[in-house]
Design a protein around this ligand. Structure first.
Ligand SMILES: Cc1cc2nc3c(=O)[nH]c(=O)nc-3n(C[C@H](O)[C@H](O)[C@H](O)COP(=O)(O)OP(=O)(O)OC[C@H]3O[C@@H](n4cnc5c(N)ncnc54)[C@H](O)[C@@H]3O)c2cc1C
Length: 288
């Protein structure tokens, strides 16, 4: 059945507005899907997931293909490609730029979009966006709504992602640490096993006011609120951090990485930024 479907050419629709795109989606639901750069979707098709009978290509929706500077945030259209965003000076110097530069290779980054990276569910941009407190702007058929990045997967009902709203942050001060780190099976051109990100401001007593997030394997992205609460306490320890992280994140085993590996790796990546630099003389993080 799947093979039969695969051989039928889907109808490709090219709407010019968000509202047209949404109306087409509703008209052809459930035999319909949106496509942006198509880089992820093409791989899924090759793995055996046939295209729906109706494909709504988003590339001509002009509202989705620009970046605007607003008073408090940058509005990044969902169909901006990863490479276009890397060229934007404001984005490039932030950890979002760091995350985008590490995705795949130029061929994928030139076609692949920020919206596709978010909506396939495990993109490397997700933890950086969460650490930077970005919000998503979506069209739900009646109105535009805003939601935190981590709520996209659990949003009730259909929506079209229209933009990412990236808050303008003041220049980082001396005590700030912003980081993005990714682990893959190879140095480059590989899906990540784990990507972690954080924005942290040093407080008194070795504590941090931090926003920490990760995405690992096929897990949904997680904002690490217990880990954030742990490092906000003065006198926190790597052991306490590990327990808090374990409560936030319970990864399952996958073909190329066990859940326990991803948990340990995440702990070490965060601790190398939040603990090791201040505490190297105390023996680092070997007790975790
Ligand atoms: C060789 C290769 C290597 C890769 N390496 C990485 C990597 O290192 N890190 C990483 O994060 N990713 C990686 N990817 C995955 C992915 O292709 C890219 O991250 C890219 O950003 C996806 O964007 P796209 O526009 O091509 O998405 P598409 O394939 O067009 O869409 C992806 C999904 O999102 C949905 N969608 C797209 N736009 C919207 C929207 N505006 N509203 C609602 N739904 C939408 C589509 O319906 C589809 O389900 C890789 C892909 C390939 C082929």
């Amino acid at each position: 059945m799947a093979a039969a479907n695969q051989s039928v050419m889907p109808v490709v629709w090219m709407p010019a507005t968000v509202q047209e795109a949404f109306a087409l989606y509703e008209e052809y639901f459930p035999d319909v899907e949106w496509i942006a750069g198509g880089t992820w979707r093409q791989i899924e098709r090759e793995k055996g997931t046939a295209f729906a009978g109706n494909i709504i290509a988003l590339e001509q929706v002009s509202e989705l293909t620009s970046v605007h500077e607003e008073e408090n945030y940058m509005r990044i259209g969902a169909c901006m490609t990863l490479e276009e965003l890397i060229q934007e000076p404001y984005i490039s110097r932030e950890i979002l730029g760091e995350a985008l530069r590490q995705i795949a290779a130029p061929a994928v980054r030139t076609r692949g979009t920020i919206g596709g990276n978010i909506m396939y569910g495990h993109g490397d941009a997700l933890p950086a966006l969460m650490a930077l407190q970005a919000e998503l702007e979506v069209w739900n058929g009646r109105s535009y709504a805003r939601l935190p990045v981590e709520e996209a997967a659990s949003y009730e009902g259909t929506f079209l992602l229209t933009a990412v709203l990236l808050p303008k942050t003041p220049e980082a001060s001396a005590g700030d640490v912003h980081f993005f780190e990714k682990i893959g099976r190879r140095e480059a051109f590989t899906a990540s096993l784990l990507a972690v990100s954080g924005c942290a401001r040093r407080q008194a007593g070795g504590s941090w006011k931090a926003r920490l997030a990760l995405v690992g394997g096929k897990d949904a992205p997680v904002r690490l609120r217990r880990a954030e609460a742990c490092v906000a306490e003065s006198g926190w320890t790597p052991e306490a951090f590990f327990k808090a992280l374990e409560a936030d994140y319970q990864p399952g085993d996958e073909p190329f990485s066990s859940g326990s590996y991803r948990l340990q790796a995440a702990a070490h990546l965060f601790l190398s930024r939040l603990w090791l630099e201040d505490n190297a003389e105390k023996g680092g993080v070997h007790n975790v």
